[in-house]
Design a protein around this ligand. Structure first.
Ligand code: F6R
Length: 241
């Protein structure tokens, strides 16, 4: 696992955007795995700028998002589909039919998850996966637990995550308590992973990821089983100061 310690959030965004841009330049029909949350917003902004400047072309790129709240409509401005359209897809020349976000309104969630896995496989697998990290070490919505789930599945959110995500909602009762998420094996099957972390509140999770053992109580530590992971964090997340 490589660790890149950046000065601040802007530098994280620049580093991540440069890596994603290189991926797309090297392989124009790349399959990207994407995350939502506040951390990748700056990265997506820079990617949109690079696209506008003609540095990268998203025409042949396919994307799969890590997760989606459940139940939630894609039109809801708190849905991850809305987030992705608003923060990235509406600003780049991607074919929207090549962007895949789990359906937060799916009636049969098992079928939805199974089809999602099959679509990733049919696309040839994910070349580069972008991850954020929860304060409790979650990746996607794989929350700390005694056991973790391998493939894409429906899961409950922990109190900690509901609390952390309530900043985006009017009131905490509005935060969905479940989500659909790629599983740990889905994430580990991707060819290359960058995991972004900014701010002191991520220090404990980042410290365990870099220095700790592999444990289901910090799902991000599972990434130690992957041969090509780059942690991109700022000094605050790295040092806790
Ligand atoms: C989002 C996701 C989550 C976030 C994590 C960090 O798609 O899968 O695991 O990456 O909760 O969120 P932020 O970046 O808001 O701190």
């Amino acid at each position: 696992m490589r660790v890149i310690v950046c000065k601040n959030y802007d530098e994280i965004s620049k580093t991540a955007a440069d890596i994603i841009a290189s991926q797309v330049i090297l392989k124009p029909d790349s399959v990207l795995g994407l995350a939502t949350g506040s951390t990748p917003v700056g990265t997506y902004k820079l990617l949109a700028e690079k696209n506008k400047a003609g540095v990268i072309d998203f025409k042949d790129v396919t994307t799969f998002n890590l997760d989606e709240y459940y139940p939630i409509s894609p039109e809801n401005d708190q849905s991850y589909r809305y987030f992705m359209n608003d923060n990235l897809f509406n600003h780049i020349n991607i074919d929207i039919t090549r962007t895949h976000v789990l359906n937060g309104m799916a009636e049969d969630t098992d079928k939805e998850c199974d089809e999602f896995e099959k679509m990733i496989e049919a696309a040839g697998g994910i070349d580069l996966q972008v991850l954020g990290i929860g304060q409790n070490g979650h990746i996607g919505f794989n929350e700390p637990d005694e056991e973790l789930v391998a493939k894409t599945h429906l899961t409950g959110l922990t109190e900690n995550t509901i609390q952390a995500n309530s900043r985006f909602f009017e009131k905490i009762e509005d935060v969905p308590t479940q989500s659909l998420t790629m599983g740990i094996a889905t994430i580990l099957a991707t060819r290359k992973i960058i995991i972004l972390a900014s701010g002191k509140n991520k220090h404990e999770a980042v410290d365990k990821l870099i220095n700790g053992g592999i444990t289901t109580s910090n799902p991000a530590t599972m990434l130690k089983l992957h041969p090509d992971v780059i942690v991109i964090c700022d000094e605050e997340a790295y040092t806790g100061k």
